[in-house]
Design a protein around this ligand. Structure first.
Ligand SMILES: C[S@@+](CC[C@H](N)C(=O)[O-])C[C@H]1O[C@@H](n2cnc3c(N)ncnc32)[C@H](O)[C@@H]1O
Length: 246
């Protein structure tokens, strides 16, 4: 099973849930990242109104972050490679009376294009799902090309620390790729050292405006890592990036 099939199936099995139930879960699980996007906008795009702010959420799943931001007045576009997740997102936005644009696409494909550019692009826990180098470069290019000159790219992602505990059913290779055993070994996460991540972002044409390494906070890469102590989980990094030409 590929990662795409895995995500599609995990959204698909939830399609029978009531919209209230789903709304509650989606808003709750995305609140922390949405709060970070709000803080980042207020700090780095302080002179822009929320009303009409153009926001793209990449790897949106059911669009929880975008929904929080639509409630503030933003114009939201969601992108994910799971059609089921985006159908569920559309229903949630509609139930709240917000319009939304959705695009089913694999963000690693070089021909992906959106009709507009954005003030704020949120990486909705997507970057660490991109395990291959050319895929990551292609993704950075997509972000770069769709960010307005003063726009910001806001992301929270996983970084590797000295120790990382790998439970049964997973393996971690020398390129910092975490593999999971489905029917075959499947690459599911790329967990870089934070210095390597900074270099990668620089090489992709971004200035790092903010980069905060949560040394103390673990980031659970999969629910099977849930009971592992914080200090041997990957750490979380929060960042705000701008295009270098600014
Ligand atoms: C870790 S989940 C996060 C989902 C949601 N943003 C959240 O925080 O609950 C990653 C999301 O990215 C999507 N995704 C992973 N790789 C992708 C790719 N190459 N192109 C588009 N979407 C992708 C998955 O379908 C999934 O919805």
């Amino acid at each position: 099973m590929s990662l795409q099939e895995y995500y599609e199936e995990s959204y698909h099995i939830e399609r029978g849930r009531s919209s209230e139930d789903l709304l509650d879960e989606v808003l709750t699980s995305s609140k922390v990242l949405a709060n970070y996007a709000v803080e980042s906008k207020n700090k780095f795009l302080a002179d822009k109104d929320w009303q009409g702010l153009r926001i793209l959420e990449l790897g949106s799943g059911r669009g929880g972050v975008g929904l929080h931001l639509a409630r503030l007045g933003a114009e939201v576009t969601l992108c994910d490679f799971s059609p089921t997740a985006l159908t569920q997102a559309e229903a949630l936005f509609q139930a709240e009376g917000h319009s939304v644009t959705t695009k089913v696409a694999d963000v690693t494909l070089p021909d992906v294009k959106f009709d507009s550019k954005f003030d704020l692009i949120v990486d909705s826990h997507l970057l660490h799902c991109l395990t291959e180098d050319p895929d990551r470069a292609s993704y950075y290019q997509l972000v770069y090309d769709h960010l307005l000159p003063e726009g910001i790219f806001v992301a929270e992602t996983m970084v590797h620390r000295k120790k990382i505990y790998i439970p049964e059913g997973f393996m971690f290779d020398q390129k910092n790729v975490l593999w999971q055993m489905f029917a075959n070994w499947t690459p599911v996460r790329r967990i870089l050292d934070s210095l390597d991540l900074e270099q990668e972002l620089n090489a992709a044409g971004f200035n790092i405006t903010y980069f905060y390494y949560y040394g103390q906070f673990g980031f659970v890469p999969h629910k099977r890592f849930m009971d592992i102590p914080n200090d041997i989980l990957p750490a979380a990094v929060r960042m705000v990036l701008k295009r270098k030409e600014n």
